[in-house]
Structure formats: structure tokens, C-alpha cells
Ligand binder design. Structure first.
Ligand code: PHB
Length: 388
């Protein structure tokens, strides 16, 4: 009995040692970041990269026993350069996995290239509905949201507040249009009516004429999708035009996330919906926020959290194959079924690889988006049009 135990233990130890040495002899996994380093979304790209690297560092610099080598491309949030840019990572650098990006239009081009080349892609922000809809693929995952989700959640709370007539305002591109569509669906289901959609080209910030139109029409509420530098300017201009106290401004939470220090008084009291908030009082979120603050001397935001979770999703896949990403089917199967212990709360992926997650109601207090309730629990993107 004792001998048999000793033998089994020895065999187990040898197997473990073999796995460990296999991971050691593997070349580093090539990770390509395609993120904005310039333009209105530059700060968002920076936060995503910091979040991703924080998780890797917490794992001792390795995921699934595999070291990582990073490659980087600044996509400038410019869809016209997206195919060339993503091919720098796929063809020139021959990366094993791409992490990117922020802008939906750029991400759509990336998803096409990833699908064609079968390169593993984890989208750490861009919400383009098609990525987990008609353009879905076994090798494409998202750690963030679909544009429909935060729009829908904000529509639910706007209707609950009893507003009847809404105007919407956003940039004229996939993220703006799809977020507004989600908002309209929930708001009108809840008894409201969207009376007018206002648009301007991305990334313009000349809001004056549109604010004048809002002031003239006097809706019960305005719904806005802006993010990054554009969100800072919009919230300040809305306040400066004297609208904040007369016509309530709501938005998907990007309107006030990572932006509050720059928005200052103009953002106080704004109510938004998002899959993250600053004061989620769980040990998981507190640990994440403390570690991030100590490492980077800054508070994390939703983008940092999504980058962190992109690394967690990749880790779940790599752990299942001991770092051997050539065992592609097993890696993908593990990513698909992972339950991610996220700072936002635990989440799983839909069949189309988009997070099914709670959307919180948040109110701006000082420099924080304070969670005051849940808008929709376990909201799943419908994943319309995905076949895989
Ligand atoms: C997008 O283009 O999908 C996008 C950009 C910034 C955000 C959210 C979505 O904060």
C-alpha cells in the first residue's frame, strides 16, 4: 500500500516537472496590443494596457506558465488605417494573440483580419455589436460589452424615472448608433419616446449648434454616448450652456468614466449605467483597486478593468493547455466556459463570446462613479446573426 502510494506520488511529481519544463522551454507567447496611443481615446488605450499587465504581473509575469512578449501598434482610432495596422501585428510580428481595441470601427476591421487569419483576438473595449453577432468566430472574444448592452441598461433606468420624451446625441459611427439603438429599445418599451437623434462626425467636439437645438426642443431627458476626451468636452459644454439643471443628462457610463477629474463640477450628480463602478465593495474589487493604485499611482477605471479581464480570459485558456497555445481547441473551449472572477463581479460568456453581466446604476459624487443600484441583472447581448 505504502509502496504503491509512493510510486503514484513519484509519477505525479515527474508529470508535473515535465509540464513545468515544457512551459519553460516554450518561446514567449507573442501578444500584440492594438490600442489608441493618440487622439480622443488615448487615455483609454493606456488604461487597458495597464490593466492587462497588472494581471500578468500578479501571476508572476506568466500566464499558464508561459512568459509573454509584447508588440504594440497605435491605431489612432482611425478605421481607414485599421487593416494595415492589424496586419503589422499578424503578418510582420506574427503575434499569437491580439488584444484590441477601443474604437468600434477599428475593431470591426480587426475582427475581419482575425477571422481570416484565425489569429486569437480579445477585444478589451470596442462594443461593435457585429463582433459578437454576424462577424463572430471561434477565435474572437470580448472582455467588455456589446454597444447594445449599456445603451439598453440606461434606457431601462430613464424609463423608470418617468421621463417621457428623450433626445439622443452622439458621434456618427457604429458605437454611437448602436448604443442609441439599445437605449431607444428599452426606453420605448418602458413607455418613453425618443423624439430626435442628434449626431456629429467622430471625433468632432463642436457641440454648440446641437446644444442650441436641445435647449429649443426641451425634452424631458438627454441621452448621450461620448467617451474619453470627447466626453470631457461634452459634459463641460452641456453645463456651460446652462442645460444641466434644466434638462437632465444621462448616458452610458463612458460619459463619466476615467473623465471625472477633468470634468470637475460639471459632472456632479450625473446618472449613468455601466458594468462597473468605483465603489463595488467586494474583496475582489478592493484588491484590484489597491494593487492598481500602488502600481500606477492612479485610480483604475472601466477600461483598466476590461484590460485586466482580457488577461484573465487569456489566462483561463492558457492554464487549460499548460501554456501550449497550439492546443487551440482546448484553449478556446476553456476560454468559452470560464467564469471570470472580475472586479466588476463574476461573469460568464454568452455563446457568442460576449460577457453576460450586471449593469449598475451610478451617480457621480466627487471623482467617483458611485453605484446606487442595479439597472439590469445578468444582461446578455442577444448575439443576433452569429453563426459558429
Ligand atoms: C467604441 O467605439 O466601441 C467605444 C469607444 C469608447 C467607449 C465605448 C465604446 O468608451
Amino acid at each position: 500500500m505504502r509502496t504503491r502510494f509512493a510510486f503514484t506520488a513519484l509519477a505525479g511529481a515527474l508529470a508535473l516537472a515535465a509540464t513545468a519544463s515544457q512551459a519553460q522551454t516554450q518561446a514567449p507567447l507573442k501578444v500584440g496590443f492594438m490600442l489608441p496611443a493618440t487622439g480622443t481615446f488615448a487615455a483609454l488605450g493606456d488604461m487597458i494596457e495597464k490593466g492587462f499587465k497588472l494581471h500578468v504581473e500578479e501571476q508572476g509575469g506568466k500566464l499558464g506558465g508561459r512568459t509573454l512578449q509584447y508588440f504594440k501598434v497605435d491605431d489612432e482610432s482611425d478605421p481607414s488605417k485599421a487593416t494595415d495596422n492589424v496586419n503589422k501585428l499578424i503578418k510582420r510580428d506574427q503575434v499569437d494573440v491580439i488584444v484590441g481595441t477601443v474604437h468600434s470601427g477599428v475593431a470591426l476591421a480587426m475582427a475581419r483580419a482575425a477571422k481570416d487569419s484565425k489569429t486569437l483576438l480579445i477585444v478589451p473595449n470596442a462594443g461593435a455589436d457585429a463582433i459578437t453577432g454576424p462577424q463572430c468566430a471561434p477565435n474572437i472574444f470580448r472582455s467588455s460589452f456589446s454597444n447594445w448592452q449599456p445603451g439598453y441598461a440606461t434606457g431601462v433606468i430613464a424609463a423608470q424615472k418617468g421621463y417621457k420624451r428623450a433626445m439622443t446625441i452622439t458621434w456618427n459611427y457604429a458605437a454611437g448608433a448602436e448604443t442609441v439603438k439599445g437605449f431607444t429599445e428599452a426606453f420605448e418599451k418602458g413607455g418613453g419616446k425618443v423624439t430626435k437623434d442628434l449626431n456629429l462626425p467622430f471625433p468632432n467636439v463642436e457641440f454648440q449648434a446641437l446644444l442650441t437645438e436641445i435647449a429649443a426642443q426641451k425634452p424631458d431627458v438627454v441621452f448621450a454616448f461620448f467617451a474619453g476626451g470627447g466626453a470631457v468636452k461634452f459634459v463641460k459644454d452641456y453645463d456651460a450652456a446652462g442645460l444641466r439643471r434644466t434638462i437632465p443628462l444621462m448616458g452610458s457610463g463612458f460619459l463619466t468614466d476615467g473623465t471625472l477629474e477633468a470634468q470637475g463640477a460639471s459632472a456632479q450628480g450625473l446618472i449613468t449605467a455601466l458594468h462597473y463602478g468605483d465603489n463595488i465593495e467586494t474583496p475582489r474589487n478592493n484588491a484590484f483597486r489597491n494593487k492598481f493604485a500602488v502600481t500606477y499611482k492612479a485610480n483604475p477605471d472601466v477600461y483598466a478593468m476590461q484590460g485586466y479581464d482580457a488577461a484573465q480570459m487569456l489566462a483561463a485558456g492558457l492554464k487549460a493547455v499548460n501554456g501550449d497555445d497550439k492546443k487551440r481547441d482546448a484553449l478556446i473551449a476553456a476560454m468559452k466556459k470560464a467564469q471570470i472572477d472580475s472586479p466588476r463581479g463574476k461573469f460568464t460568456l454568452s455563446a457568442q463570446h460576449n460577457p453576460t453581466q450586471d449593469f449598475y446604476v451610478r451617480e457621480v459624487k466627487g471623482n467617483y462613479n458611485v453605484v446606487t443600484g442595479v439597472a439590469v441583472k445578468a444582461l446578455a447581448d442577444p448575439g443576433r446573426g452569429c453563426k459558429m
